[in-house]
Structure formats: structure tokens, C-alpha cells
Design a protein around this ligand. Structure first.
Ligand code: SF4
Ligand code: SF4
Length: 99
């Protein structure tokens, strides 16, 4: 199990979640439009969920259907960040319904 950051983080990225994560498993580079949770380092403590001002973070089982792609995007970012960045840009361009 892991927590997942979804589209509401895009272009907000205030990193409130980063400062409360006890295992430092939330990442983002300068060029990223959102943050990502490492899928195996997350200990499911839920601290980040309530810290997020835009409700972008969900327990994996509770990710809304409309945002289901973000479960894999969070994990993929640690392997192929440039692919995920391109996908985020494409989703925004398509007028992604922010979830
Ligand atoms: S659930 Fe806890 S361990 Fe997982 S990303 Fe959030 S704050 Fe970090
Ligand atoms: S607190 Fe929410 S909006 Fe801010 S960086 Fe974390 S997930 Fe994104």
C-alpha cells in the first residue's frame, strides 16, 4: 500500500506534505509540476493527507476513479521522470478535470 498524489497538486506544489512526511518519501524536482510519493518507501502514516491544502493525496485504495492513472504515474516518476512530466503536460493541455 502507498499514498498517491493526484492532479490537484499540479502547479500548486507547495510541499506542505514534504515537511510532514516522517520517512521523506515525497519527491519533486525543480522542473516538476507536482510531487510524487515513492511507492515502497511510504509507510502509510497518512500525515500528508491532512497536510495537503488542496486534497490531492489519497490512500491507494481511495484514489477516485477519475484519478486512477496517478497511482501508476507516482511510481513511474521514480523510473522515468521525463515520461511522467510529458504526460502531466498532456493532461493539463487536454483540460484535465482537477481531482
Ligand atoms: S502516508 Fe506518511 S509516509 Fe506515506 S507519503 Fe504520506 S506522510 Fe509520507
Ligand atoms: S501538500 Fe498537496 S499540493 Fe502541496 S505539494 Fe503536497 S500534494 Fe502537492
Amino acid at each position: 500500500m502507498t499514498y498517491v498524489i493526484s492532479s490537484a497538486c499540479i502547479d500548486v506544489k507547495d510541499q506542505s506534505c514534504v515537511s510532514v512526511c516522517p520517512v521523506d518519501c515525497i519527491f519533486s524536482d525543480e522542473v516538476d509540476r507536482m510531487c510524487y510519493v515513492h511507492p515502497t518507501k511510504c509507510i502509510d502514516c497518512a500525515a500528508c493527507e491532512s497536510a495537503c491544502p488542496v486534497g490531492a493525496i489519497f490512500k491507494e485504495d481511495d484514489v477516485p476513479n477519475a484519478a486512477s492513472e496517478f497511482t501508476s504515474l507516482n511510481a513511474q516518476w521514480f523510473e522515468e521522470p521525463e515520461v511522467v512530466r510529458a504526460r502531466i503536460d498532456a493532461l493539463v493541455e487536454q483540460g484535465l478535470a482537477i481531482t
